[in-house]
Design a protein around this ligand. Structure first.
Ligand SMILES: Cc1ncc(COP(=O)(O)O)c(C=O)c1O
Length: 388
C-alpha cells in the first residue's frame, strides 16, 4: 500500500531506547548532543523578534514564488556585509535548508538519479534523497590532521547517473572548511561530469579561527551551476521561524533556466509564510547577538575540551568551524558500546560517529552548543570512563 520511498527501519535505536527509559524513570542526563539553539540557554532579543512578526504586512497574502523581494534584498545585503555579491533575483526562499535540498533534487534528478555526498557528514542526506527517489553515493573525506576531499574516490563515485556534488562548508560534524585548492579541483571536476555543485553553508558564520586558505562561500562561483544553501535556523539561531534560502550562480544560460524552473517548483508549494518574509530583515539583524553568543560558547567549550583531553587516551580532531567537536576514543569498544556505556554508567549523552557515517571507529560527536557547566561535567565523565 505504501511507497517504497519510506522503506526505512523507523524503529528506535538502542541509544534512543536507553535514553527514553532513563528519562521515563526520571534520571538526570547530561546531554552533550543539544543542537537546538532555542533550548541551549541563549538570550534572544525577544521583543524585537516578536514585534518583527506583528507588522500589518503579515495580514495580506500576495505570494511571489521566489519569495518576497523585501526578504531577498535583506538576504542579499546580509551577504554583502560579508563581502559577497548575491543578487536578489538569483535567490529562492524556502522554509528550510531541507526544503531547499528537496527543490534542488526535484530540479536536477530523475528517479534513480544519484547525488554525491560527503562522508562523514549530515545524516539527513539519506532521507532527503530517498524522498525524491534519488540515490546517495558517498565520497570520503579523509583525515590527516585536517579533513580534505578524497578526489580520486570522488571521481570513482561519479557515474553517468550523478547529477550533483554536495558539500557542506563547514562540514557537520567534522567542522572542516573547503580549501581554495580543493575548490580549484572541484569546479573542473563538476564541469567535466556535467554536475551541479550544491554548497550547504548553514554554518559558514561559525568559524573557530581564520586563515588556512578556506573558502568562505561558493555564492560567487561562475563556471558551473552552483546552489548555496543557508537559512535563519543556523544564521540567526532561529530554527522555529522556518526561513531558508538558496542562491543560484554559474553560467548565465543554465542559471536562468534553473531559476525559472525553481520558481515553478516554489510556485507549486508557496510554502514560506508571509509574516516570516516580512520579518526577515529584522530576524537577520536579531541574529547578530545570538551568533555572538553561539561563537563564544562553542569557542569556550572547544578550548575546555582540548584542555580536558590533553594527555588522555582521547584525541580531539582538528575542527575549523561549525557547532560540533569530534572526539576519537580507543577502539576497545565499538562506538555504540561507548555511547551506551557513557549513558548507562555516567549519565552522559553523546552521538556515536556512525550516526554521521564515519569511515572507521571509534568517534564520539559532541555539540559545542551545550551550556558550559553541563559540557565541562560531561567531558570530565567521558575522560574518566575512557581512562578507567
Ligand atoms: C549541514 C546541515 N544542513 C542543514 C541543516 C538543517 O537546516 P534547516 O533547519 O534550515 O533545515 C542542518 C541541521 O543541523 C545541518 O547540520
Amino acid at each position: 500500500m505504501f511507497s517504497s520511498r519510506l522503506d526505512f527501519d523507523l524503529s528506535q535505536n538502542r541509544l534512543s531506547r536507553l535514553l527514553a527509559g532513563l528519562r521515563a524513570a526520571g534520571a538526570g542526563v547530561l546531554d552533550l548532543t543539544e543542537s537546538n539553539p532555542t533550548r541551549a540557554g541563549f538570550s534572544y532579543p525577544d521583543t524585537e523578534i516578536l514585534n518583527s512578526l506583528a507588522g500589518p504586512g503579515s495580514l495580506i497574502y500576495s505570494p511571489e514564488p521566489a519569495g518576497s523581494l523585501v526578504a531577498r534584498e535583506a538576504i542579499a545585503a546580509w551577504y554583502a556585509a560579508r563581502g559577497l555579491r548575491v543578487k536578489a533575483d538569483s535567490m529562492v526562499l524556502t522554509t528550510s535548508t531541507s526544503e531547499s535540498y528537496a527543490y534542488i533534487l526535484k530540479l536536477l534528478a530523475d528517479p534513480g538519479g544519484e547525488i554525491l555526498v560527503p562522508r562523514p557528514s549530515y545524516p539527513l542526506f539519506e532521507y532527503l534523497a530517498a524522498l525524491e527517489s534519488v540515490r546517495i553515493v558517498s565520497y570520503p573525506l579523509i583525515y590527516t590532521g585536517e579533513w580534505s576531499i578524497d578526489f580520486q574516490a570522488l571521481d570513482h563515485a561519479a557515474s553517468e547517473r550523478a547529477r550533483a556534488v554536495i558539500l557542506v562548508n563547514p562540514n557537520n560534524p567534522t567542522g572542516s572548511f573547503l580549501k581554495q585548492h580543493e575548490l580549484e579541483k572541484l569546479i573542473p571536476f563538476a564541469r567535466s561530469h556535467g554536475l551541479a555543485v550544491v554548497s550547504d553553508e548553514v554554518f559558514a558564520d561559525y568559524s573557530f579561527s581564520s586563515g588556512g586558505h578556506r573558502v568562505a562561500s561558493l555564492v560567487e562561483v561562475k563556471d558551473v551551476l552552483t546552489f548555496c544553501l543557508s537559512g535563519l535556523s543556523k544564521v540567526s539561531g532561529l530554527p522555529q521561524m522556518k526561513l531558508g534560502w538558496m542562491t543560484v550562480s554559474g553560467p548565465a544560460a543554465p542559471r536562468r533556466e534553473a531559476m525559472r524552473r525553481l520558481e515553478w517548483i516554489a510556485d507549486t508549494y508557496l510554502s514560506v509564510s508571509t509574516p516570516v518574509q516580512h520579518a526577515a530583515p529584522s530576524l537577520l539583524a536579531a541574529g547578530e547577538s545570538v551568533r555572538g553568543q553561539i561563537r563564544k560558547r562553542s569557542g569556550t567549550n572547544l578550548e575546555l575540551l582540548r584542555t580536558a583531553v590533553k594527555g588522555t587516551p582521547c584525541h580531539l580532531l582538528h575542527a575549523e568551524g561549525g557547532w560540533y567537536a569530534t572526539l576519537q576514543v580507543p577502539r576497545t569498544r565499538t562506538e555504540e558500546e561507548w555511547a551506551l556505556d557513557l549513558l548507562r554508567k555516567r549519565s552522559v549523552l553523546v552521538q556515536p560517529g556512525y550516526f554521521f557515517d564515519f569511515e572507521s571507529e571509534a568517534f564520539l560527536v559532541l555539540s559545542l552548543l551545550t551550556p558550559e557547566d553541563v559540557f565541562r561535567e560531561g567531558v570530565q565523565r567521558i575522560v574518566s570512563e575512557v581512562e578507567r
